[in-house]
Design a protein around this ligand. Structure first.
Ligand code: UDX
Length: 438
């Protein structure tokens, strides 16, 4: 099949490369010539494990190519995916759909023969209807079906998630469009991936409901963690104790500094807004949004408390800047709020991250960057683990202790056991644990 992917950002690039790997003929389009130039030279605009090799291989096999020229890429395609950005609109938090609609208008002018236009970007309920209206208005003669096919990829694990998905959701309003979409995903039948074919609005809402549910699950365990600290319980054991109940499930029950990233914060806000627009407020998600925002700020206060009530004039070493490991993505990363809070309290912040420093630089002022975890900790009064990169999971605690000015470890991801840390002479503060019960 011939596939055009409009938007070669995170979702477009990963999906395009994976479709090509399944044997489809894929052209990834982007209106940023620098991005296309880089991709043609084999340079990835984002860090995603395995992506560079996958792209190189499929370019070599001539199944994957890149262009800024939408028209020839769309002409003759069986399916055209819209995978452009949908940032939160400033002011009201609603998803900004101008890029999606602009893509729809351009696609309308370029399609030839029967083509399914698919929204892959996360778009509010009803966007597919609007995309269809735009296309029909621009090209009443075009033979087009409009489908919704939300992605559920996790950054850092996106290729595996694409190739072995828990499910594929296809929203289509007619059988012809649904049949093309099933053909697009046919290679995945071999992996026994369940394909759910629904109406378009249902598919659009499914994506938001999935992300809001996961954000709720994280926020729930984060609040239980706070209570654990007060009552002398251990949140990791509570999470295990509830997670083994199949109805609950053990994933997404890691208490931490609050969720961040490109999806959860934006999608929860957009769902809240849609629900309010339809006069059906989803109060549980409204609460999740505000609890999570407050939590990120509260983490700075936690560090201050661990430092004895003030960080003024102290050096805080911070490990992990990105919103999670194995990505260079800094969007809505908890580290941003934590660093701001610490600097407000008069701390000097030294940070290290295996991939995120270049992305972090323009977002942070007055931060010094180190080359590795040990040089970061050197001379520090307090060490804070914000993101659980593998490189921070087996740090040499005795060595850290000798390097630091004072052995205080605030572990916002519960990477270390409190007992171990205390045994090595650290004052240890985790999430949802107390040193005495570790
Ligand atoms: C998420 C969804 O998982 C994915 O299906 C969707 O398509 C896009 O959004 P992603 O943003 O890449 O993916 O990250 P994810 O691994 O889900 O983590 C999101 C945030 O939640 C991170 O800040 C992470 O640290 C946090 N998190 C996750 C927790 O704090 N605890 C957990 O148990 C799980």
């Amino acid at each position: 099949m011939r596939i055009a992917m409009i938007g070669s950002g995170y979702v477009g690039l990963v999906s395009g490369a994976c479709f090509a790997d399944f044997g489809h003929d894929v052209v990834c389009v982007d209106n940023d010539p620098k991005k296309i130039e880089a991709l043609e030279a084999g340079r990835m605009p984002i860090y995603e494990p395995g992506l560079e090799a996958l792209v190189a291989d499929n370019v070599r096999q001539k199944r994957l190519s890149f262009t800024t020229d939408l028209k020839p890429a769309v002409a003759g395609a069986d399916a055209v995916f819209i995978a452009v950005g949908t940032p939160s609109r400033r002011g009201d938090g609603f998803a900004d759909l101008s890029y999606v609609y602009a893509a729809a208008r351009e696609i309308a002018q370029a399609v030839t023969g029967y083509t399914v236009v698919v929204t892959k970007s996360t778009v509010p309920v009803g966007t597919g209807d609007e995309v269809e209206r735009i296309i029909r208005e621009a090209r009443p003669d075009a033979e087009v079906g409009v489908a919704s096919n939300p992605e559920f990829l996790r950054e850092g694990a996106a290729i595996g998630d694409f190739k072995r998905p828990d499910r594929i959701v296809i929203g289509a309003e007619d059988e012809r469009a649904a049949a093309v979409m099933q053909e697009v995903y046919r290679p995945l039948y071999l992996n026994a991936a369940p394909i759910i074919v629904t109406g378009r609005r249902t598919a659009e809402l499914t994506k938001y409901a999935a992300n809001a549910f996961l954000a709720t699950k994280i926020t729930f365990i984060n609040e239980i963690a706070d209570l654990c600290e007060r009552v002398g319980a251990n949140v990791q054991e509570v999470a295990r104790g509830i997670g083994l109940d199949n109805r609950i499930g053990s994933k997404f029950l890691h208490a931490g500094p609050g969720y961040g990233g490109s999806c959860f914060p934006k999608d929860t806000l957009a769902l809240v807004k849609t629900a309010q627009d339809y006069a059906t407020p989803i109060r549980i998600v409204e609460t999740v949004v505000s609890v999570n925002d407050q939590r990120k700020r509260a983490m700075a206060r936690k560090v201050v408390a661990a430092a004895g009530g003030s960080v003024r004039g102290k050096t805080v070493a911070l490990l992990g800047l990105t919103f999670k490991p194995d990505t260079d993505d800094m969007r809505d990363a908890p580290s941003l709020s934590i660093i701001a809070g610490l600097q407000d309290g008069g701390a000097k912040v030294v940070a290290y991250d295996p991939e995120g420093i270049e992305q972090a630089r323009p977002l942070l002022e007055g931060v010094t960057y180190a080359d590795d975890a040990y040089s970061c900790a050197s001379g520090a009064d307090i060490l804070v683990i914000v993101t659980e990169w593998s490189a921070f999971r087996a740090l040499d605690l005795p060595r850290l202790k000798t390097l630091m000015n004072a052995p205080v470890l605030v572990d916002l991801r519960n990477v270390y056991s409190p007992t171990d840390a205390v045994k090595h002479g650290f004052q240890y503060v985790g999430i949802g644990t107390t040193p005495s019960n570790g």
